[in-house]
Design a protein. Structure first.
Length: 347
């Protein structure tokens, strides 16, 4: 007696099957959906361990999304990593390795303006250190463009005709010391330079209370000459001639000159210590510059506004090379009135 109904490919067992075995009812959810060989398993057939089909397994491990334990490989190199279809932007970096990077050096052609600014800044610092002189040069240039040069420096024009008789072509008193001036204190610095060149022990700071006037921010000519007498020297004012300055220098006497370096005052004392007739330059100790060279024409233009004022401070036993008898006697008398009668008698 048949206990199975044929349904084509699958044969289903009836409930209460024979062969001495109880039928195994189908449990909901226990359909072994993912089990290999499920198509040949008959519901209700007796399950004997020896007769059950074993699932078919692949000969190689099943593929999985991640690496299997023990089979991890080293990270791929940058060149082996998969890249997207969109090209990467230039200089793009991975977020995990982004850090402080040095900017590429700029093209030197784009730094020309910085070099120009550095040059201007350096020149500006030098100009501020002696601003009044820079202003005077500017005034000279403007005046030279507006009028004839011969009228600006008539004595220089005469010197160009030939070196005065008896003068060497070049003189420089290198033994004259240098005292850089403080602000507005060119008078004490210039006078200390002239006095120290003849062995007087003095500094600009010693002369400030004697010649410097704070309310005027400068020193008067009369105070300069009086202060030299207090230190036992004869103050002698030169005639307003450029040639006399050159003659005193050739005789070894430094000359204090009064210049005007610009508008609104700008009076400045400097000490002439030499000249070079071939180049037409006057050599000075001026301001904070130990050796300043000025063309004869520029010096005369700056010197002319003071009425060509110049002086020498000499020991009583030393007569100026350009001394006028009457004026020299007047200088000796002034030294005696200052209290140095012994020095006056020596002169």
């Amino acid at each position: 007696m048949a206990h199975e109904i044929g349904l084509g490919k699958n044969n289903l067992a009836l409930v209460g099957s024979v062969n001495g075995l109880d039928a195994v009812p189908a449990c909901a959810g226990c359909n072994d959906r993912y089990r290999s060989g499920r198509d040949v398993l008959l519901l209700g057939r007796a399950r004997r361990s020896a007769e059950l089909r074993q699932p078919h397994r692949r000969g190689e491990p099943a593929a999985s999304p991640g690496p299997r334990p023990g089979e991890r490989k080293r990270p791929r190199c940058r060149d082996e990593r998969q890249r997207g279809a969109v090209p990467r932007r230039q200089n793009q970096q991975h977020a995990g390795r982004r850090g402080l990077q040095r900017r590429p050096a700029a093209d030197h052609r784009h730094r020309r303006h910085l070099v120009g600014l550095a040059t201007l800044a350096l020149r500006g610092r030098k100009a501020r250190q002696n601003a009044r002189f820079a202003a005077g040069v500017f005034v000279w240039v403007c005046a030279a463009l507006l009028s004839g040069c011969a009228s600006l420096w008539p004595q220089t024009a005469q010197l160009r005709e030939g070196l005065p008789a008896g003068l060497p072509a070049r003189v420089e008193l290198t033994q004259v010391p240098f005292f850089p001036q403080s602000e507005y204190q060119c008078g004490p610095a210039a006078l200390a330079t002239a006095l120290a060149s003849f062995g007087v022990k003095v500094t600009p700071e010693d002369l400030v209370p004697q010649v410097y006037l704070p309310q005027r921010k400068g020193s008067l000519q009369i105070e300069m000459m009086a202060a030299a007498r207090r230190h036992g020297m004869v103050s002698y004012q030169l005639a307003p001639r450029f040639e006399d300055v050159l003659r005193e220098l050739s005789a070894g006497n430094p000359v204090i000159v009064l210049q005007n370096l610009g508008f609104g005052g700008g009076w400045h004392y400097a000490v002439a210590v030499g000249y070079d007739y071939g180049y037409g330059d006057l050599i000075l100790r001026s301001g904070i510059t130990e050796r300043e060279t000025l063309p004869f024409g520029i010096h005369e233009f700056l010197w002319k506004r003071s009425g060509y004022w110049a002086m020498v401070a000499l020991p009583p036993d030393r007569v100026p090379a350009t001394a006028d008898e009457s004026r020299w006697l007047a200088s000796i008398a002034a030294l005696e009135r200052a209290g140095d009668a012994a020095g006056a008698r020596t002169a």
